[in-house]
Ligand binder design. Structure first.
Ligand SMILES: [Zn+2]
Length: 498
């Protein structure tokens, strides 16, 4: 069981720079030495190609005391595997141009024997020729005593051979860009992929992330995504999900009717046409009439959990010593329904570690976007400031006003509270919580940007409350070096205090 190190008052003292020594130097046998904690960073192949492997490892060790690399080995998303997003300023290292031709895929070498039971065969990323990021980085990292964890993401593109066979289907039966975890071709692809990494390379762990939710939350637009999902395009209603729904005793036809009614509700609320009894009451009227809406959401959530469990079991069978864990989407900090679905205690049954995203700098802008999205459907009766007051109360947060937070980000107290909550969520298990801290994740013009001090305070908050590690996110190729050093300053300060 993890012991929490500091109470909130003690933490506020150190983060304010007062009494730091007193708070941290108190003998506490439950606190792991800072030197033994996991200091991780997410980094993609492009950084090693652009800057050279030894150079990148030098920078990460010297500036931020990184001891664990989360290599973006599989994704079709530029967000974790490419260079800076076009239009955002390039950081002060790496190639000074945008990768407009980013493609993505498997940045290591796929071994065909692990993909016999799936239609998805050709996934090797063409971005860097024959470059295999694991073959390149593993030996160099091991020589330095650094660990390497494979970081995989549930993000695909729709121009891959056979991809249509794995895609989800929306409310109207059209193929979506997302893949269905209940489709055997996708499930087998994922288990094959992690078995390939576990058996083919001498890795120190696997982390998979799926930044998605079910049809109910998506229909309500209950995320920070812009624009929110179209309520006609919510998923999944493919034949595999339909038969799984039937097995659970859910009427597929009733579910579909419910979502069609919900689509009408969402379209009309977004047009600003208030129902006679108000938005919130009207939503509840729908949910009570169609409890299948909630049942379909839970079917999606349970299917994701089964996928976690299948990945876990596959890796443990292949190589029992390889730790397996998950990246939990930032929506966990905004949408209370999604938070309810992220039951860390339940997840701990098949998790060696969980990265809980608590990106505080971009969190302000994202919290405001969530308020705009959910505040034009389910919570349209509330003013935006009123909605945030409600949200902070039910989420256990104490943050700035709707007008302020895009410009200030969320506070260090947010990181403190989220870390503490997550640690308590897994307290009866051996699962480790590694908070995800943002360094230079792009925000809109005029909105809050990271500074060395803000990064330092966030890392101090996470480690100060007792997290056994942190993951600097979301990729080295978008981080400014001084801000990366801010993370290192926090670690050096904690080390100096013992
Ligand atoms: Zn499906």
């Amino acid at each position: 069981m993890l012991k929490l190190d500091l109470n909130r008052r003690e933490f506020l003292k150190i983060s304010a720079g007062a009494g730091a020594g007193a708070a941290l130097a108190m003998p506490d046998p439950g606190r792991a030495a800072v030197s033994s904690r996991m200091i991780g960073i997410q980094v993609g192949a492009v950084s090693f190609v652009d800057e050279g492997t030894e150079k990148v490892l030098d920078v990460l060790q010297e500036r931020a005391s990184v001891n664990t690399l989360f290599l973006a080995v599989f994704t079709y998303g530029r967000g974790i595997a490419g260079r800076q997003i076009p239009g955002q300023p390039l950081p002060d290292h790496g190639k000074q141009e945008y990768d407009l031709n980013f493609h993505g895929g498997n940045f290591a070498t796929p071994h065909p024997q692990y993909y016999k039971n799936t239609a998805l065969q050709e996934t090797r990323a063409p971005d860097h020729g024959d470059f295999d990021v694991l073959a390149e980085v593993l030996p160099a990292a091991k020589k330095r005593g650094m660990k390497v964890i494979c970081w995989l993401e549930d993000v695909f593109r729709n121009d891959l051979p056979n991809i249509e066979k794995l895609q989800e289907q929306d409310l109207y039966g059209r193929n979506a860009d997302t893949l269905c975890v209940n489709n055997p071709d996708y499930r087998n692809f994922l288990t094959g992929l992690v078995e390939d990494y576990a058996r083919s390379y001498d890795i120190d762990g696997i982390m998979w992330g799926s930044e998605r939710q079910g049809a109910l939350c998506d229909s309500l637009g209950a995320t920070h995504d812009t624009p929110p999902v179209d309520p006609a395009k919510v998923t999944c209603f493919c034949r595999f999900c339909q038969s799984k729904g039937k097995e659970r005793g859910i009427s597929v036809e009733r579910a579909r009717q419910g979502f069609l009614e919900l689509e009408k509700f969402v379209r009309s609320t977004r047009r600003g046409k208030p129902p006679v009894d108000g938005y919130y009451v009207q939503f509840w009227r729908l949910l009570l009439r169609y409890p299948e809406l909630a049942a379909w959401e839970m079917l999606w959530t349970d299917s994701l959990r089964e996928t976690y469990a299948a990945i876990y079991k596959t890796v443990k069978t292949a190589k029992p010593a390889v730790p397996v864990g998950w990246h939990i989407w930032h929506n966990n900090s905004f949408n209370p329904i999604y938070r309810a679905e992220q039951d860390l205690n339940e997840l701990s049954n098949y998790s060696d570690f969980i990265k809980v995203v608590m990106y505080n700098n971009c969190g302000g802008e994202r919290m405001a976007l969530y308020a705009e999205n959910a505040g034009s459907t389910l919570y349209a009766d509330l003013s935006k400031p009123g909605l945030l007051d409600f949200n902070y109360a039910v989420m256990g947060l104490k943050e700035g006003s709707y007008d302020q937070i895009p410009h200030t980000g969320l506070s260090t107290d947010y990181v403190f509270r989220e870390t503490k909550r997550a640690l308590e969520g897994v307290a009866s298990s051996n699962t480790l919580i590694w908070p995800g801290i943002d360094i230079d994740i792009p925000t809109g013009p005029g909105n809050s940007k990271c500074t060395p001090q803000s990064v330092k305070r966030a890392v101090l908050a996470a480690l100060g409350v007792g997290a056994p590690g942190v993951i600097l996110s979301r990729k080295y190729s978008e981080m400014r070096l001084a801000n990366l050093s801010g993370a290192g300053d926090a670690i050096r300060q904690l080390k100096s205090l013992g």
